[in-house]
Design a protein around this ligand. Sequence first.
Ligand code: NAP
Ligand code: G4F
Length: 329
Amino acid sequence: MQARRALITGVTGQDGAYLSKFLLEKGYDVHGLLRRSASADVVDARLKWLGVAGKITLHDGNLTDLSGLLRVLQDVQPAEVYNLGAQSFVKSSWQQPLLTSTVTGLGAAHMLEAVRIACPKARFYQASSSEMFGLIQEPRQSETTPFYPRSPYAAAKLYAHWMTVNYRESFGLHASSGILFNHESPLRGIEFVTRKITDGVAQIKLGLETTLALGNLDAKRDWGHARDYVKAMWLMLQQDTPDDYVVATGRTVSVRDFCKLAFNHVGLNMEDHVVTDPRYMRPAEVDVLLGNADKARDRLGWVAETRLEDLVAEMIEADLARLKRHQHL
Ligand code: NAP
Ligand code: G4F
């Protein structure tokens, strides 16, 4: 029997790598869209880390180039399409608002249009974000909570989200949107706060650094593990009816408390090392996010499996090992 075929945009990112591994383990023929880079040897670092680099087929393409996307979808004819590609760093979106709109917002519209033209029977997943809730309108955010985006990134994601709903309702595409709350892993980009903290703590523990400079320590997030969250993406596309789902742990923790967990894990005190630096503050902050994933639990049978304490431990141990390898310690 022929393997089911999936195409992932953003395949070189954190979620793309975990989703590739998940789908390969399910027997899928996995294809990915690869944004060209000047150093071809480092683009698949995450895929290598998970041991899946040679097992997927990569296609050159960019979310800003509809003609290229059309060609890839026409050639691959996937049964499932996961649109994970984005300019995903909220802070950068104030420096690059138009790029963020083009890639994160319009890029999703390009993908929807390419699917509609080239493979309309394919099931489509859009990587929506809890950032769309922004200035929260309810203490626990669910699929029915009104949105209030607080950054160019969040506004672009909201456009992509509504385009996904619109293509489902207008053209009958099997298009689902996963409103995912923050999810992390040892493969998280180092600019995001969790990985910045676990890498910083590992550096301090190994005597390579003495301080860790952060921004708003009072911001609260609902942090889960990327490995758990890619399973929810897949489950959405296995449903007969496409829909939108919040994916979250239901627990919110401040950056300060995440820090405490991380420093405690290696037997250090955060007060001795953490300094705040206005450079890491944002023009508008999302103070707190807390997801209500009851719908995902009831309809998909999905629940977050990894405790925050275990996520922190896994990330620090991976950073310690990485640094020891690089420093030959
Ligand atoms: P990530 O690690 O930043 O990965 C982003 C991916 O998008 C990378 O593969 C990147 O390619 C690719 N990309 C960037 N610009 C592109 C372009 N113009 N054309 C094609 N590909 C492009 O993000 P992630 O954490 O895996 O998140 C995956 C998706 O979920 C993103 O859409 C993100 O916004 C969304 N999301 C993430 C979270 C979270 O907490 N992680 C929560 C909610 C939603 P390069 O490797 O070439 O840079
Ligand atoms: O780790 P962050 O940069 O993630 P943020 O902004 O919540 O966005 C991430 O999650 C979204 C889902 O809600 C995704 F859609 C998005 O693509 C991305 O994956 O910042 C988290 C919080 C913020 O409140 C920020 O102000 O941490 C605070 N923070 C404090 N000090 C810091 C720092 N953030 C970063 N990146 N660096 C700091 O030094």
